[in-house]
Design a protein around this ligand. Structure first.
Ligand code: NDP
Length: 450
């Protein structure tokens, strides 16, 4: 006779929650998962997947333009937003089904509805209470709007994926992942875009060369990037959104998109009923084993606001499942996390930025290469590529690898394995390149620039 209805009750069916639940069930735990929306969370429904599909769509613009240099004549080009959105929605519906199937196969009981913590061992959904040994909070986050007059007239990434039509002129505020990715998509699909960033650089938390280089490349593609600028107010005149900028300009747009960060989803979760502590921004406080201050309650993913990336949430979920149901004491390493920004061109980054490397290491060497990709010798495009390696001069260990250019994420993934293994610059140098590729540049840079 069990004292509890479930060994694990997961709140949130996004990447982290689903992964943790599936693994816990495979380890023999009786698992339930509550989700009020579609399965798959932000990544599947309003993030990584729709964004990447739409980024592919936006790349065709440049592909058509560049085809002539290779002898192709491309006929009339017409883009239909409704087709893209419908096809994207079909794929997302398919993925929702895949997630459902995965959970069903793993014998995880999925409960549709908003879950609320009643006490350290009780969760309520749709009026029914469940007694549970462990609770895992994996509720993710949501986009936030800045506080300014007329902010409610703008949209966030959540609404972006369901816009009824492609805007003609969009003003995008922010300089992080979401702002540059969505600005690039809109620009590629033919919308006039003004990107407004309050600071003097975009992608501020990455190696600074990346943001500076990307601004230049985005401007070449036609994006109006306004740095050191803020949106002061937004006003509506019919369908027009009149945007006042701190640089004195007033822009008439038909879409204002705020990509100004995200906050943890903790509303109506009942955290206070169990006394779960949060940081000021709402992020649930956890220790190195993802345990909150309440022994039976753990939390992972965006709701703990450590590293808001799907693969990180997956890794955290697997660690919690193993630690709870396999008597593991695994720890999560946040070192060497590779990540890509699907701006046009793409950005990828791994390890330390130059600034962080200088803080942590006495002597570093910088290897940097900026060049025109072979493809663009015929394509007519002026797009350039940046690759950068940061090395600890004393140990020869590679500390960081960074890139702006086509398929940067695909390229950096392999080097992430090398860095995980502690690769040195000498080992990169001893690696035979694949010719002619962009990636070979990472193993052929010989002269330090600093
Ligand atoms: P970020 O925190 O990355 O960027 C927020 C941006 O908005 C920053 O440029 C910030 O400026 C600016 N900003 C914040 N508050 C204000 C304000 N009040 N007024 C004006 N500007 C403001 O958030 P995102 O929303 O872009 O993304 C959230 C997270 O989601 C990312 O950090 C990432 O972890 C994840 N993500 C990952 C993706 C991927 O892997 N490809 C894609 C999308 C999201 P400043 O730079 O000055 O602070």
């Amino acid at each position: 006779m069990h004292t509890y209805d479930y060994d694990l009750f997961t709140i949130g069916g996004g990447s982290g929650g689903v992964r943790a639940s599936r693994f816990a069930a495979q380890y023999g735990a009786r698992v339930a998962l509550a989700e009020s929306g579609p399965l798959g969370g932000t990544c599947v429904n309003a993030g990584c997947i729709p964004k990447k599909l739409m980024s592919y769509a936006a790349h065709y613009h440049a592909d058509f333009a560049e085809a002539a240099g290779f002898g192709w004549s491309v006929g009339e080009q017409k883009f239909d937003w409704a087709t893209l959105i419908a096809n994207k929605d079909n794929e997302i519906a398919r993925l929702n089904g895949v997630y459902s199937q995965i959970l069903e196969n793993a014998k995880v009981h999925v409960i549709k509805g908003h879950a609320q913590i009643v006490d350290a061992h009780t969760v309520a959904v749709n009026g029914q209470q469940y007694r549970v040994r462990h609770i895992l909070i994996a509720t993710g986050g949501h986009p936030v709007r800045p506080e300014l007059p007329g902010a409610e007239l703008g949209i966030t990434s959540d609404e972006f994926f369901h816009l009824p039509a492609l805007p003609r002129h969009a003003v995008v505020q922010g300089g992080g992942y979401i702002a540059v990715e969505l600005a690039s998509i809109l620009n590629g699909l033919g919308c006039k875009v003004t990107l407004v960033q309050r600071g003097t650089q975009i992608l501020r938390n990455m190696d600074h060369d990346l943001g500076h280089f990307l601004v230049n490349e985005m401007r070449k593609k036609g994006v109006d990037v306004a740095l050191d600028t803020r949106i002061m107010s937004v006003a509506a005149h019919g369908n027009i959104r009149q945007v006042m900028l701190s640089d004195g300009r007033t822009l008439d747009s038909d879409c204002v998109l705020f990509a100004t960060g995200r906050q943890p989803n903790i509303k109506n979760l009942g955290l206070e009923n169990a006394g779960v502590l949060t940081r000021e921004n709402g992020a649930i406080i956890v220790d190195e084993h993802f345990a909150t201050n309440v022994d039976s309650i753990h939390a992972i993913g965006d709701v703990i606001d450590r590293v808001a990336l799907t693969p990180v949430a997956l890794a955290e979920g697997m660690i919690v499942a193993a630690n709870l149901f396999q008597h593991g004491r695994k720890l999560m390493s946040y070192e060497h996390i590779p990540t890509a920004v699907f701006s046009h061109p793409n950005v990828a980054t791994l390890g330390l930025s130059e600034a962080k490397a200088r803080e942590k290491h006495q002597h570093i060497s910088i290897f940097k290469s900026e060049f025109k990709p072979l493809k663009h010798t015929l394509s007519g495009s002026t797009e350039r590529c940046l690759m950068k390696i940061i090395v600890d001069t004393g140990t020869d260990r590679v500390l960081g690898m960074h890139m702006v250019g086509p398929e940067a994420g695909e390229i950096i993934q392999g080097f992430a394995v090398a860095m995980q293994c502690g690769v040195t610059k000498a080992q990169l140098d001893a690696t035979i390149g694949v010719h002619p590729t962009l990636a070979e540049e990472f193993v052929t840079m010989r002269t330090a620039v600093v």
